[in-house]
Design a protein around this ligand. Sequence first.
Ligand SMILES: CCCCCCCCCC/C=C\CCCCCCCC(=O)SCCNC(=O)CCNC(=O)[C@H](O)C(C)(C)COP(=O)(O)OP(=O)(O)OC[C@H]1O[C@@H](n2cnc3c(N)ncnc32)[C@H](O)[C@@H]1OP(=O)(O)O
Ligand SMILES: Cc1cc2nc3c(=O)[nH]c(=O)nc-3n(C[C@H](O)[C@H](O)[C@H](O)COP(=O)(O)OP(=O)(O)OC[C@H]3O[C@@H](n4cnc5c(N)ncnc54)[C@H](O)[C@@H]3O)c2cc1C
Length: 730
Amino acid sequence: MRNKPIANVNADLLKERKNCSFDIEELTNLIDGGKNQTARRREIENMLLKNMPFDIIPEECLSAKEKYENAVRKSVALNKIGVELVSQVTKAKELSDLTLTLRRVSDAYFREVTPFLLHLGMFIPTILGQCSDEQVAHWLPLAMQLKIIGTYAQTELGHGTFIRGLETTATYDERTEEFVLNSPTLSSSKWWAGGLGKTANHCIVVAQLYTKGECYGTHPFIVQIRDMDTHMPLKGLKVGEIGPRLGFQTADNGFLVFDNFRIPRDSLMMKHAKVLKDGTYVKIARHSKLTYGTMIFVRVLLVSEMAFNLSKAVTIAVRYSAVRRQSELKPNEPEPQVLDYLTQQHKLFISISTVYAFQFTSNWLMKTYHTVQANMKHGNTDALPELHALSSCLKAICTSDCSAAIEQCRFACGGHGYMISSNLPSLYAFTTATRTYEGDYTVLLLQTARFLVKTWEQVELGNAVTPMVAYLARHQNREAWDESPEGIIRAFEAIAAGVYQTESVRSVSFGQSDAIKDVMKQLSDLYLLYWSLERTGDLLTTLKSTLGSYDGRVYERLMEEALKSPLNQEPVNESFHNEPEPQVMDFVSQQHKLFIGIASYYSYSMTALWLWDILTKVTSELGVGKTDRLPESHGRAVFMSVFNSEMEKSVSSLSAPLQAVLRQLVELYLYYWTLEKRGDLLLVLQSTLGSYDGRVYERLMEEALKNPPNKEPVNESFHKYLKPFIQGKL
Ligand SMILES: CCCCCCCCCC/C=C\CCCCCCCC(=O)SCCNC(=O)CCNC(=O)[C@H](O)C(C)(C)COP(=O)(O)OP(=O)(O)OC[C@H]1O[C@@H](n2cnc3c(N)ncnc32)[C@H](O)[C@@H]1OP(=O)(O)O
Ligand SMILES: Cc1cc2nc3c(=O)[nH]c(=O)nc-3n(C[C@H](O)[C@H](O)[C@H](O)COP(=O)(O)OP(=O)(O)OC[C@H]3O[C@@H](n4cnc5c(N)ncnc54)[C@H](O)[C@@H]3O)c2cc1C
């Protein structure tokens, strides 16, 4: 399909392609993983092109409800083909290649994401990773053939990061051999699960397991949540869509609240722990964190997801930069392509290199993941902590870098890059979420730091550490290395850079032509040089700080530095004899403090008047006394208003300079209290998160309930597409 010549190609693009120093097909094969894989991908693309419904109206022009229904329509058509293709596969490797190809190609049909993303990305992997063999045999075929549609509900209104703090309870009732699910508080409402709002009929629920009066911590349960025929939510639970968000608009992220909702005993996913009929808890896992396994898997997946998303963004930006011409550099000559500007290349080339850094590292990380999994099957969990640390830091960095790089690509496309139709805003909205979900950036980096500190302790004790962190031992020389946060950050940057360089060299060392090797080498060098320049500060061996020295001799160093000061080279400065002492007003730093205050005063006085209107409105709308701060605000408002109007009346007979000073006093009063009481004014922020009273969860839930998709219990796309599809009638 793509290798056929296309008519009417822009002349500048053609020229750029002709200038290419290597065979594009060869690089395509490298990216796909070989010639056969390229051929297979094209075959699947052609099949989808023939069979997939395209958008008639662009997705972005539809209402939220229409967007969702359109996404279901396309997902069902795509999954029909996917299920058919999967059923023809016999080998595990073929299945993983096919899944990856489908994942990549399917993206072409969605501006946003499919409501089935969680089914594919987390529901199926959790069945594989958390179910006993018998449970896998039951659930996996149903899930693979999409007879059931699932999602993964771990996060709650009150907790996403701190999993041990989840509040949903699953209490075993040995009389009926059931677990009883409850959401004891508002903050325990499940929140965020993709596909939960409208699409899924099953859900993995992570809850605190109680049996025989004891709590055994969080465990995953597989739970049916909607009737398979009517799609109505089952009795004992409340489920809905959480409301509009930055991206993921077609993923129907949902909430779920349990009220004594009963599920059979074998709903507990029993690979790592089980509860016997009589309620006895049996631990099977050799490592307490194996129930977190799906998260590790998805973090590994996300590295390649980021490579893919950035590759799309940078392809868009590079092609457009070849087409776009701007500014007359020489009179009567054509304007140059923006791609020719060095500053434009600076924006784009690092993204290209980053794509390859991510993709090579991702291939390596996935192999490492499978090796660790294979070892764990034989009971060896030794490598799990390192895999957790590695997947955490690589996930954190690549998601963060990827969304920043996509923003650069958007900047590189000027105003047109801001159009939804450029796809750059959607790519950004999708990738910036990845920095938060599946483990927040900071939190995951802290997990890695924890591992590195522990490893460092082992190095200090002279114990052996794994090859990946062996460089810590090599760098025991204090001059080159230290255990400061900067040192730790430097350490994991070294890991990432090291993997990229070795993996890219290994991947291009056979088969590939010299031309490809040259380009890969250049990209690799660019990546390393770019980041060493970006992080020059971290790479400095001394911190140039009296306070941060390794040996902690803070006071000695402060004194040594003080003694070096030129002022200390003479016992009495000549100004003592000759110059008058300056007024503090003459110090620039003092003027800075004062003049900013004066300038701010003028600008804020305008703002204060504006805020005043709002404050009055808020006070009257909410009613005095509704919160304990409102009476105070009211009193303050009366003072302000009386002072303002009374002063105005009385100053008219005074001289102009005095009038001006008194007016300034009024404004100062308003300004002072506006700043002092800005917390109260937050009432105008229109934010569920930033309200003055801090009723965050209540407001999130209130807003979610106002959400139009929640006005109908079952969306019509269920009857039109989902039901016929699930029942094999489509
Ligand atoms: C037709 C088309 C075809 C399509 C094909 C399908 C392909 C689809 C691909 C799509 C790709 C992706 C899409 C996915 C979409 C996902 C959407 C988002 C989903 C979610 O967000 S789900 C929710 C995720 N939530 C989180 O990630 C929560 C983050 N929090 C945590 O992970 C943990 O709570 C914690 C921060 C790690 C802390 O945990 P805890 O308090 O229990 O632990 P401690 O800090 O006290 O540490 C104790 C000890 O445990 C070690 N440890 C922690 N975690 C792990 C782990 N995961 N594994 C191993 N060990 C772990 C930690 O290191 C400590 O060890 P130590 O004591 O130091 O030895
Ligand atoms: C688009 C999207 C889709 C999602 N899909 C799902 C889904 O399908 N299923 C699901 O279960 N969840 C899902 N989530 C939820 C997601 O996993 C959580 O939002 C994520 O894990 C972060 O947790 P949090 O929201 O509680 O953030 P918080 O932990 O509240 O983070 C807030 C701030 O506190 C900081 N912080 C928190 N803890 C610490 C700490 N220990 N040390 C230092 N700083 C800290 C963070 O760095 C951050 O700056 C989704 C989220 C999004 C945005």
